[in-house]
Ligand binder design. Structure first.
Ligand code: BGC
Length: 488
């Protein structure tokens, strides 16, 4: 009785406080996965090795539980179940990625795998049959190993190789795919890949990470421009997905500048060249890295400049802003010697430390704090700082260690984030849609199978990798049905 009373009261309060809990009819609800994390079948047919296959076959101990994604969720075999799950929840969009080495085993378009082509073609058709929009990521970290051997993202030619790959994708699937994400999280690719956090697991946060940043942007731009030939006919939308923690100064005065610079290193490095009015690297960041490069004895900035033509090539290559949001961190100014190390890329470079807020809940990972308002602030920041009209939340999710289905913390996390998204919309930020990471539990990179993000639980002991709805999956289904975060 008491419980009901609370519910009635809170509904009454919301109604009387005028809070609107219903999403506009055009808003899309989705969930996401990535090829390496779910497909398995790492060497089926003519699929070639990716950098993650190579890394974890040669250095299995890098992963917490010594696992890899050779089999993962068997989505290569059971993709129809994934579509069924998406349908069960009523998703309007499903974001998945295409494995470059599965479709182009040499990395180049000289060999297009017919098996890879029909696998992704079937998945796309399966989704469309259920009325679910495929949102297709072209690159979610599984570079063909053969291209890594040519220097991977540090080789400038990769921009052309990537555009060639994108052209194959538009040709094969462009008639059916209306939302493309070129590259998932350039920050993780470049700073993770060259700080021994992710494949190719190299150690060079001086030069390689910035070469990579430059080439990732050029690759994205060329892939975007390659769509021009198809755009009129297919009318799709393209962007990249940026991971962007929301940063706030620990001390509003003392740490203000450090926070600005941290935002530029994390987001601006990849956002400013694409979404700003002027294009190019964020000016303060460019100046900062040029300055420290000089004091370190380099003749050129470690952040290699773009030519004026390149600035123009990259600028404006988007149809919307793709945002991966997970958490918020506080920034404290330090020195380059005293700066905290991982888990935050670039803290040493900038001389900053990222700290937890004393009053916010920290969950599972020691840097993952719950602060839903951070998402809303970030949405406003994007709108205020860029020319962007539309934003799509391409990932948002909560890691948990629970093996069971009672993931009430995740229900709460999604609910509160959705509330903030709707508030932002009502305040004039155009958010097109929201994507939960992840549809199902999957291989979580160097944390292996330990961390669970799934709306659906996957039983990794079972031969069929049985998938079962968690409380969050059931909640999300009710949200989508009612189009309201409070399910009313
Ligand atoms: C990545 C996913 C990953 C998720 C949770 C995101 O940064 O795009 O691949 O699984 O974070 O760690």
């Amino acid at each position: 009785m008491k419980f009901h009373g609370v519910v009635v009261l809170s509904v009454f309060f919301r109604v009387s406080s005028g809070e609107n809990t219903t999403f506009p009819s055009w808003f899309m609800f989705g969930a996401a996965t990535a090829a390496y994390q779910i497909e398995g079948a790492w060497s089926t047919a003519d699929k070639s090795e990716s950098i993650w296959d190579r890394l974890l076959h040669t250095q299995p101990s890098l992963v917490m539980d010594h696992s890899n994604a050779d089999d993962a969720c068997f989505s290569y075999d059971f993709w129809t179940r994934d579509v069924e799950i998406a349908h069960e929840m009523g998703l309007q969009m499903y974001r998945f990625s295409i494995s470059w080495p599965r479709l182009l085993p040499t990395g180049f378009p000289n060999q297009i795998s017919s098996i890879g082509k029909s696998y992704y073609g079937n998945l796309i058709d399966g989704l469309l049959r259920k009325g679910i929009q495929p949102v297709v990521t072209m690159y979610h970290w599984d570079l063909p190993q053969s291209l890594q051997e040519l220097g991977g993202w540090t080789n400038p030619l990769i921009a052309t190789w990537f555009a060639d790959y994108a052209r194959v994708l538009y040709t094969l699937f462009g008639d059916r795919v209306k939302y493309w994400i070129t590259i998932n999280e350039p920050l993780t690719i470049c700073d993770g890949g060259y700080s021994k956090m992710a494949a190719p697991y190299l150690d060079d946060m001086k030069i390689s990470n910035y070469l990579c940043s430059r080439h990732v942007l050029l690759a994205h731009a060329k892939a975007f421009r390659a769509y021009e030939k198809f755009r009129k006919q297919y009318r799709g939308k393209i962007s990249m997905a940026n991971v962007f923690f929301w940063f706030e100064p620990l001390n509003p005065e003392k740490d203000k500048e450090a926070t600005k610079l941290a935002m530029q290193l994390w987001e601006g490095r990849f956002g400013h060249p694409i979404y700003s009015k002027t294009g190019g690297w964020p000016p303060e960041l460019e100046k900062y890295i040029a300055g420290i490069s000089k004091t370190e004895g380099y003749n050129q900035s470690r952040l290699p400049p773009f030519t004026p033509e390149e600035i123009q090539l990259i600028k404006g290559t988007y149809d919307f802003y793709g945002l991966n949001h997970y958490t918020t961190r506080l920034v404290r100014k330090a020195t380059r010697k005293t700066a905290g190390d991982w888990p935050f890329y670039g803290s040493k470079e900038l001389g900053v430390t990222f700290v937890n807020h004393p009053n916010r809940r920290t969950i599972v990972i020691d840097w993952f704090q719950i602060y839903p308002e951070g998402l809303r602030k970030q949405l406003h920041w994007i709108k205020d700082n860029y020319e962007v009209k539309d934003i799509m939340i391409t990932e948002n999710g909560l890691p948990m260690l629970r093996l069971d289905l009672a993931d009430y913390d995740r229900v709460d996390y999604i609910k509160k984030n959705l509330e903030q998204v709707l508030l932002a919309i009502n305040e004039g930020v155009h958010v097109m849609g929201y994507t939960v990471w992840s549809l199902i539990d999957s291989f979580e990179w160097i944390t292996g199978y330990k961390l669970k993000y799934g709306l659906y639980h996957v039983n990794f002991e079972s031969e069929y990798r049985l998938r079962t709805a968690r409380e969050s999956g059931k909640y999300y289904r009710r949200v989508i049905k009612s189009r309201s975060w409070d399910e009313s």
